[in-house]
Design a protein around this ligand. Sequence first.
Ligand code: SDX
Length: 436
Amino acid sequence: MKLADNKATLSFSNGSPSVDLPVYQGSVGPDVIDIRKLYAQTGMFTYDPGFLSTASCQSAITYIDGDKGELLYRGYPIEQLATNCDFMETCHLLLYGNLPDVAAKTAFVKRVSNHTMVNEQMQFFLRGFRRDAHPMAIMTGLVGALSAFYHDSTDINNPEHREISAIRLIAKMPTLVAMAYKYSVGQPYMYPKNELSYAGNFLHMMFATPCADYVVNPVIERALDRIFVLHADHEQNASTSTVRLCGSSGTNPFAAIAAGVACLWGPAHGGANEACLNMLEDIQKMGGISKVGHFMEQVKDKNSGVKLMGFGHRVYKNYDPRAKLMQETCKEVLAELGLENDPLFKLAMALEKIALEDEYFVSRKLYPNVDFYSGIVQRAIGIPVGLFTAVFALARTVGWIAQLNEMIGDPEYKIGRPRQLFTGSVSRDVLPISKR
Ligand code: SDX
């Protein structure tokens, strides 16, 4: 970042001395007002719950222009990456800052492939869960548990430890998600097959059984790989900010990523794909497209607490570019599987059309986000709705790691420790219980 030729002057109406604050510029996007010395200079904090106007860090990884609906990973538009690259190339890009050439890609894929198995002891963690445990509860446990197996690489300040932890986490997330699924259906775990692609291996571990060979459908494999690319990173979203804050204490990478998994689970964040599909199924049960009008009235009624899941975004005030690509992927998968008339897809398209023409949504700039179509395509592939967010976590792991490593490598980073506006009781004396 570089100092702008502009500066901010904060003045107070009560005559307190004004304060000059430096303004910094990035390569693109809003400038920032550096308030790091504000408390020392004024004795006051800024106040920004939800961080609507706060840049928590400087980053060179992902840029979002919410007004234009643009998303760039290391400067490359998501549309070009989703069309011309696969998830392994995207992982290399996010981690190291450049798209690999053939040799670098081959070496990276080989490194990841050599770490796809998990320690045999990991399977015993699953036995403690009920078979109907939510997969995100299992994933939160399993990812944190990984740290118990890698005492050789948990020092987050050691670049070699960060590198091998990144490879291990990227490599093992599909194995763990597939194990969570197999456990829920009472089937034996399938070991990874390293001759398969990253997405193909996940499909194999999910749907193969020891009883019959499983042939990966290349259309489904490519669609799933694209879903991973679309979910790989997204600037300082809630779970990435959680990973950064957790990692800022110096904890190990596995623990920090486990915190990200836990945060992503929420329905306002990564859990929205599961909530969106459940919403579509509920509308379908009520009568489908004929009931959309009634449902939309509920959404617009503040007292109903009903939201159109998969719609709206803190940053995008235009169409989420990932949603467009996800809709295309949806159409490809449904066509491949002969499900062009999937009622939920038709219902989602109808909901989108109605919402985009409705003043409530238009005035609030509410558009479909990445979660609106992702559930429909995952359901068509055969992934159960409870696993959608775990698949999101699988894909987002590379982004979380890249952001964590960037923070640790930033000479400016400190442990994150926000302050507060205190509104509770001022000091008072404890009375003996007989007098309370
Ligand atoms: C992800 O941050 C990221 O980058 C996240 C993510 C990533 O890749 O990491 O993109 C992934 O989490 C996508 C978002 C998934 N969540 C959902 O689809 C859940 C439904 N969406 C909403 O909960 C909401 O839109 C949020 C949480 C996504 C954003 O909320 P904000 O920015 O805090 O906005 P807000 O709640 O203040 O909404 C502004 C207005 C409000 O109405 P008013 O108070 O102005 O009258 O819009 C309304 C909201 O009630 N609104 C919605 C709505 N989303 C916002 N009304 C109905 N349905 C919705 N979906």
